[in-house]
Ligand binder design. Sequence first.
Ligand SMILES: Nc1ncnc2c1ncn2[C@@H]1O[C@H](COP(=O)(O)OP(=O)(O)O)[C@@H](O)[C@H]1O
Ligand SMILES: [Mg+2]
Length: 444
Amino acid sequence: MKEAAGEVLEQIRTLLESSVDGAVVLDGERRILYYNPAYQAASGMRGRQLAQAAAEGKHCYEVFPLEICETNCLGCQARDTGRSLRVDEIRARRGSDGEELTLIVSAVPLPGGMIVETYRDVTADVRIQRKYRALLDLERRAKEILEEAVRDKTAELRAANEEIKRTQAQLIHQEKMSSLGRLVAGIAHELNNPINFVYGNVDFLGRYMDDLLALVDMYDKSSEKLNPELRAQLNAKKQEIEFDFLVEDSRKLIRSIRAGAERTAGIVRDLKAFSRTGGGEVSEVDLVMGIETTLNLITPLLKNRITVHRDYQAGVPKVVCHAGHVNQVFMNILTNAAQAITGEGQIWVKVAKDSERDLVRVSVRDTGPGIAPDILEKIFDPFFTTKEVGEGTGLGLAISESIIRAHGGSISCESAPGKGAEFIVALPVRPSPGAALTRREATS
Ligand SMILES: Nc1ncnc2c1ncn2[C@@H]1O[C@H](COP(=O)(O)OP(=O)(O)O)[C@@H](O)[C@H]1O
Ligand SMILES: [Mg+2]
């Protein structure tokens, strides 16, 4: 038996001597019978030391302890079960320098209760694997950060793009408005003199007419003193010119000239009020007056078709704002409402003070077709329009929104198909310090 064991040992020695894996043959008590050079290298012991330990019958766990030696000895299990076993990633500490090693350990039972254990040092592999995993993690994280940054940047760019579009629209609008303002102011100024001339003189004309007629009357009354031939001539002339009709109609004509002149003067007043928009400075503005002026200007759009209901709360305070710009907002909203109504319809205009906050709220509601939800979310976008080319620019609401926003206010729309639309503008009575207005000391 002993001889057989010696033979086995000899065979194993030949087999394992030049193996790159550490190998050790143990007896049933786990005393070292044989070890190869790779085992010695793994254990970190000097050759003589290890030879002596083996000669002294030292146990393997005394010479080169693994983390499983005490609790879960692989060799013992192999010996007891008679089966070869293998465990990956067993940790051990090298005696010479204390370096932690990672090993793949196999245990094979040999005849006579002997055990052969082999140790493959995979420390470097595991380290590389760990590093590789860490690198992969790092790469994944970097990718995530990059993606996040790209997402943020894209959102930023999109927002900037929107802002540029809005600013562009606003600039176009400002340019348009200031030239329109100048044009309207010029027309109003040019019309002002002649219309004042007509309006101021029509009363005198009426009075002169009365005087002349009184004079004619006096002649008439003294006509019996004239010779019959002259009287006949005068009567013939009176008949020829239809004197009675002429007197009657002249009075009517003067009345309608007066009414026409009055209306024209009113329009000139509205144009002047509207063109004050160009000025660009803020003042205390009566919003109701602004709405009325605007309604007058769009009369042709409403006439004989749309009834306007007014609900103006009493004592609504004046609002510090750009009169012209805010009138432009009312103009845009009222025009949209009038354009939305085909045929006959109604518009309700409501002005009220918010009882809690220092706000004036203007609401314009119409009996138009209303707005579908997918369109509703776009109506404030610059250049969004559902109108025919040439009919709508899609700028009205975008500009209105930026004007109201510049005043620190808000504009919103509530609508559903078939339910009409309601636009609500809320303006702070005094713009907040953050509002982007070019402010001049407001006049009270
Ligand atoms: N009162 C309203 N009723 C229905 N749709 C409206 C109303 N006001 C605005 N809209 C919708 O909003 C769009 C954008 O309006 P706006 O910015 O004034 O541009 P535009 O009038 O030039 O089309 C309109 O084309 C229309 O589809
Ligand atoms: Mg419009």
